[in-house]
Design a protein around this ligand. Structure first.
Ligand code: SAH
Ligand code: SF4
Length: 355
């Protein structure tokens, strides 16, 4: 049975026919309000509701277990229809503003050496409905924990621009003012740097805020840390970012995961400064969140020391760059950046289509 959460309004009108279009618009609105059953769509007639529930379902995912951190972060496991799983996170800042962090894939094919998700391998792309539903689930958690969820970051498991069609579809549904109506200015999509995808998003929209995970501005080290770099040289990524900026007029975030003793030296900082030249950016420093067992060139990865972080930030600021530092929210529940993927590898293999 098809779940309706992944349909933009124009398609919904088609598939709900013979329901009149104005009633389909009501269904779209009800879905955005987060109702769980057709019986709750009280503006529809009883027969219409019964007919719809015979033909369709509203959701294809379910909330699994949740882990709440003392800092207010809640990590939610999400069961998908085929027993694969993914994760979404509720983040809250000091002012109580809620942000949903959602995933676009189960696992990730890029395989960055510092990222837990990357170490799991890739299972499958999520569809638009599975992305929209993650937002709805997190918004429900927000209500339960006493706050509105007004922002969305697409920074969970997976590389969004390797699932661009479904991502655009989900973003279209989430930004539609006739439904959820979250402004694109409140949505940030983070990519490891798929140059073609950045260009395509710039051209076809919807206009979202963009974050690029630079991780190192020295090509050789970057390609070793972020394997998608090999097919996406920094020069091409920079051109694509410039194009995105030209099209959307938006400032771009450069995310820089800081790995102790590896990418925090002055030479690295100078390369970041050079990369940023000519772009309107803010650099977001993310001290590496520990993931057990991750190694690089024969050594265990390490957190950066406070002195390393400070020196890196100072160097960039002296070079005239805006620098922010990401707080380490969610570390207590392995829900911080790069820590998603509590599904063990064996779980993922069990659900592989080979069986
Ligand atoms: N795949 C996308 C979005 C998800 S990762 C991307 O790579 O951009 C979100 C951010 O977490 C990225 O900037 C990534 O560099 C960072 N990250 C990954 N693993 C991390 C870890 N263990 N500690 C801190 N940040 C990490
Ligand atoms: Fe994938 Fe992003 Fe993790 Fe790299 S950092 S493995 S692109 S989720």
């Amino acid at each position: 049975m098809r779940s309706l959460s992944g349909f933009p309004l124009d398609e919904l009108v088609q598939i709900l026919s013979p329901l009149p279009p104005y009633k389909s618009r009501e269904v779209f609105k009800w879905i955005s309000r987060g109702v769980h059953g057709f019986q709750d769509m009280t503006s529809l007639g009883k027969q219409e509701r019964e007919e719809l529930s015979r033909r369709f379902s509203l959701r294809s995912t379910e909330q699994g277990s949740r882990l709440a951190d003392r800092d207010g972060t809640v990590k939610l496991q999400i069961t998908l229809c085929d027993a694969a799983g993914t994760e979404a996170v509720l983040l809250r800042d000091k002012e109580g503003r809620g942000t949903a962090c959602i995933s676009t894939q189960a696992g990730c094919p890029v395989g960055c050496v510092f990222c837990k998700t990357g170490s799991l391998g890739f299972l499958r792309n999520l569809d638009a409905g599975e992305m929209v539903e993650q937002f709805l689930h997190i918004r429900e958690l927000g209500t339960e924990y006493g706050g509105e969820v007004s922002h969305l970051v697409i920074m969970g498991m997976g590389e969004p621009l390797l699932n661009l069609g479904e991502l655009r579809r989900a973003a279209g549904i989430i930004t539609d003012p006739r439904g959820l109506g979250i402004s694109g200015r409140r949505i940030t999509v983070s990519t490891s740097g798929i140059a073609g995808g950045i260009r395509e998003l710039a051209e076809s929209g919807p206009p979202l805020r963009l974050a690029f995970s630079l991780s190192s501005a020295r090509e050789e080290l970057r390609n070793a840390l972020v394997p998608s770099g090999t097919g996406n040289p920094l020069k091409r990524i920079k051109e694509a970012l410039g194009y995105y900026q030209e099209k959307t007029g938006q400032r771009i975030t450069l995310e820089m995961v800081l790995l102790g003793g590896l990418n925090t030296g002055a030479e690295e900082a100078a390369a970041v400064r050079d990369f940023a030249q000519g772009l309107d950016v803010v650099v977001n420093l993310i001290p590496w969140n520990p993931v057990e067992g991750l190694r690089f060139r024969g050594r265990a990865l390490q957190e950066p020391s406070p002195a390393e972080i400070e020196a890196f930030a100072r160097f960039l600021r002296q070079g005239g760059l805006n620098v922010t530092r990401r707080f380490r929210r969610g570390r207590g529940v392995a829900g911080a950046c790069g820590q998603l993927g509590s599904l063990r590898r064996v779980d993922m293999e069990r659900t592989s289509p080979v069986e």
